[in-house]
Design a protein around this ligand. Structure first.
Ligand code: SAM
Length: 188
């Protein structure tokens, strides 16, 4: 059986068209890009066992969910700019709650955070308030994390109906550092 790792990231990224040179001002699209890079790349190679779904929750028409599948993605450089360009393309492609292909390995939908949680299994919500965890042994886990502003309380409560909250320490780390730490724990 192929083991997979899934990340679901709640973000305050904009669903409006944004300036590629102003990722910070666009609801921290820069944070999203760094999480996608950390989730899907090791040095010079892609993690075929991992996908990350990012939900953009600000702008005129939220939510928009973008799924990046490391098993299928090709032809994308591991740079913030190239991920941001794919996000822009996804915003121009999104139709409804069905997944629509953006390009190989990347699809977009109007599914909400709660829609994605309903569909997910083996959920772990990453939070400083969770129970301290130093090793992870679970089949096909789904990790839920927030951006620089974190996950809104009502959304986290919804996820907690299906998942448990785990902490990787008492300090609050950058979201992208948390993604890398989860991979490191699972790689042991
Ligand atoms: C920069 S933090 C968000 C900070 C935000 N002020 C908050 O209170 O949630 C980004 C995300 O990383 C994850 N995170 C940060 N530190 C963590 C830790 N020590 N253990 C587990 N997850 C953590 C959480 O999912 C968080 O939403």
């Amino acid at each position: 059986m192929i083991m997979t790792r899934t990340f679901i990231m709640y973000s305050h990224g904009t669903t409006d068209d944004f300036n590629i040179d102003h990722l910070y001002e666009s609801g921290r699209i820069d944070v999203i890009c760094r999480c996608v890079l950390g989730a899907l790349w090791v040095s010079e190679a892609m993690r075929k066992d991992t996908q990350i779904i990012v939900i953009l929750n600000s702008g005129k028409r939220p939510p928009v969910s973008i799924k990046f599948d490391g098993n299928k993605m090709i032809g994308i450089e591991p740079s913030e700019r190239s991920i941001a360009l794919v996000i822009k393309k996804s915003l121009n492609t999104v139709k409804d709650k069905e997944w629509t292909n953006v390009q190989t390995g990347i699809s977009v939908s109007r599914k909400s955070f709660q829609d994605l949680i309903k569909e997910a299994k083996n959920i772990f919500i990453l939070s400083v308030k969770g129970s301290q965890t130093t090793s992870l042994k679970v089949e096909n886990p789904t990790f839920v994390l927030g951006d620089n502003k974190g996950i809104p309380k009502n959304e986290e409560s919804f996820a907690l109906r299906k998942g448990e909250r785990i902490s990787l320490g008492s300090r609050t780390y950058l979201a992208s550092s948390i993604v890398s730490t989860v991979h490191w724990l699972l790689d042991q």
